[in-house]
Design a binder for this molecule. Structure first.
Ligand SMILES: Nc1ncnc2c1ncn2[C@@H]1O[C@H](COP(=O)(O)OP(=O)(O)OP(=O)(O)O)[C@@H](O)[C@H]1O
Ligand SMILES: [Mg+2]
Length: 234
């Protein structure tokens, strides 16, 4: 629930969603349907006026702020719709930020992983640049590298391919797929793009803050027709 009085917006309404480990779940739906809000609530970034969110049996909606912050830092990676990079840090500084915040040093094995992310995402030559010296798509790739760096249990990605050309977008989707297949991470992918959603094991459609459809892996064509079937007619 956003705001109060007449400006009150009920962004979500009666959503019951079980995200399985090692799966990629895509969330689709019209602009304003509540996708980003759902992601924020699931991640414990926003509270909910009612309902609860459980992660591996722990009710995160019941945790205090400190406990929620800690859990988020260690178990959850984010790629926000606005990339949320720290303007004063260079690419490497942004990617290592989760470790910095957690007060831990990446292990040698983890640094190798981060190097491979830089290579896969085409960021090697940009590692010393600051966000304002990067294009939108490059910033998006930094945000993706940062989310994957800690190998979190859960990755929330809000339109992670929105600013990317199709080849780079495919690489990002393959990295996210690898996260689920090889590392048993769970990915929640918010997207308007049926091709991106076709990489997911499951696609959930949100309309007016509710789940309108919940389908297993489908090809882009099928997902496209599903979207058209419930978009408001002009
Ligand atoms: N901070 C806020 N205060 C008031 N209303 C908000 C706030 N954030 C979002 N909303 C409203 O909540 C509803 C859901 O917004 P949300 O951002 O979750 O949509 P979305 O599905 O992510 O859309 P998009 O595809 O455009 O990103 C919208 O009606 C929006 O205007
Ligand atoms: Mg959104």
């Amino acid at each position: 629930m956003y705001g109060d009085g007449e400006g009150r917006v009920q962004a979500l309404n009666g959503i019951d969603l079980d995200i399985r480990r090692g799966q990629m779940t895509a969330i689709m739906g019209p602009s304003g349907s509540g996708k980003s809000t759902l992601m924020h609530v699931l991640a414990g970034l926003d509270g909910a006026t009612s309902g609860s969110v459980l992660l591996d049996g722990t009710e995160i909606t019941g945790l205090d702020d400190d406990a929620r912050t800690l859990l988020r830092r260690r178990e959850i990676g984010f790629v926000f719709q606005a990339f949320n990079l720290v303007p004063t840090l260079d690419v490497m500084g942004n990617i290592l930020l989760p470790f910095e915040l957690d007060g831990t040093k990446p292990t040698a094995e983890r640094l190798t992983w981060i190097e491979s992310l830089l290579t896969n995402l085409g960021l090697q030559s940009l590692r010393g640049r600051r966000p304002y010296e990067l294009s939108g798509g490059q910033q998006q790739r930094v945000a993706i590298a940062r989310a994957l760096a800690m190998k979190p249990t859960l990755i929330f990605a809000d339109e992670p391919t929105g600013a990317l050309d199709s080849r780079t977008g495919r690489e990002v989707l393959e990295l996210l797929t690898q996260a689920t297949r090889e590392y048993q991470q769970s990915v929640i992918l918010v997207t308007h793009d049926p091709v991106a959603a076709s990489y997911a094991d499951r696609v959930v459609f949100i309309a007016d803050g509710r789940i309108a459809h919940d389908v297993p892996r489908s090809d882009a064509q099928t997902l496209s027709s599903l979207i058209l079937s419930f978009e408001p007619k002009a």
